[in-house]
Design a protein around this ligand. Structure first.
Ligand SMILES: [Zn+2]
Length: 234
């Protein structure tokens, strides 16, 4: 297990992500609810991942201690959902820090929400990224952030976690990394394979997943999210 003190953070600046060459492999999306039957999937999640990525979640699941399961919180996002999330985070930071410059606000937002106006598409819009939590054998969400509030404790290797939070977080990390995922070290819950950020984290110069839309039949079944998906655009 990497110790929080010794771990050297992997950086993934936008400039590096934009240099990664995309060679799209056109792998299809699969429905996580069917493809990963051992996991819990959030109701509001757009439940699609590339086929290989869903297989990797299943492999990671086999590496968890007996009785534990993954909780898929976010899988696919449309570019409109990504833009909404980015703007909401940016505005919250701006309200909290009215003295920060545009460049600072943008850099800090980019740390947690990939921007939609850069060459590299955000991981969640490619079907290659997934946000996961952990469910204990009793069926409850595992403690992963205490004593911090959620965002305060986001960095994977932050110091000062309670022993239980550290243990659960490393259980999650080791299972996902063991299955071949890469982790965004600003967010202990965010893992990806095949997107530009994965390429930067693993030191390769090409990636295989670019922007992809959810299947049309899913959009028809979720009228509550239609406003987020800008269905009227041409
Ligand atoms: Zn994420």
């Amino acid at each position: 297990m990497p110790s929080p003190k010794k771990h050297k953070k992997i950086r993934e600046p936008m400039s590096a992500l934009n240099k990664v060459k995309l060679i799209e492999n056109h792998e299809p999306l699969v429905d996580v609810r069917k493809a990963c039957p051992g996991t819990r999937v959030s109701r509001r999640c757009v439940p699609y991942l590339r086929e290989t990525v869903a297989d990797m979640v299943n492999n990671a699941q086999t590496l968890l201690p007996s009785g534990y399961t993954f909780w898929v919180r976010t899988a696919l996002r449309t570019i409109e959902m990504q833009r909404d999330g980015y703007l909401n985070f940016y505005r919250a930071l701006e309200t909290e820090h009215p003295d920060w410059s545009y460049a600072t606000l943008r850099r800090r937002t980019n740390q947690y929400f990939a921007p939609v106006d850069e060459k590299a598409p955000p991981g969640h819009t490619t079907g290659g990224a997934v946000d996961v939590g952990l469910i204990t054998p009793s069926g409850r969400p595992a403690e992963l952030t205490r004593p911090y509030e959620f965002w305060e404790g986001a960095a994977t290797f932050i110091e000062g976690l309670t022993p239980a939070a550290r243990r659960n977080r490393m259980t999650l990390y080791e299972a996902m990394m063991g299955a071949g995922f890469s982790n965004c070290e600003d967010e202990f819950w965010h893992y990806s394979y095949g997107d530009a950020a994965w390429a930067v984290r693993t030191g390769v110069d090409t990636c295989c997943y670019g922007l992809i839309e959810p299947p049309g039949e899913w959009l028809e079944r979720r009228p509550d999210l239609k406003h987020k998906l800008n269905l009227n655009r041409r």
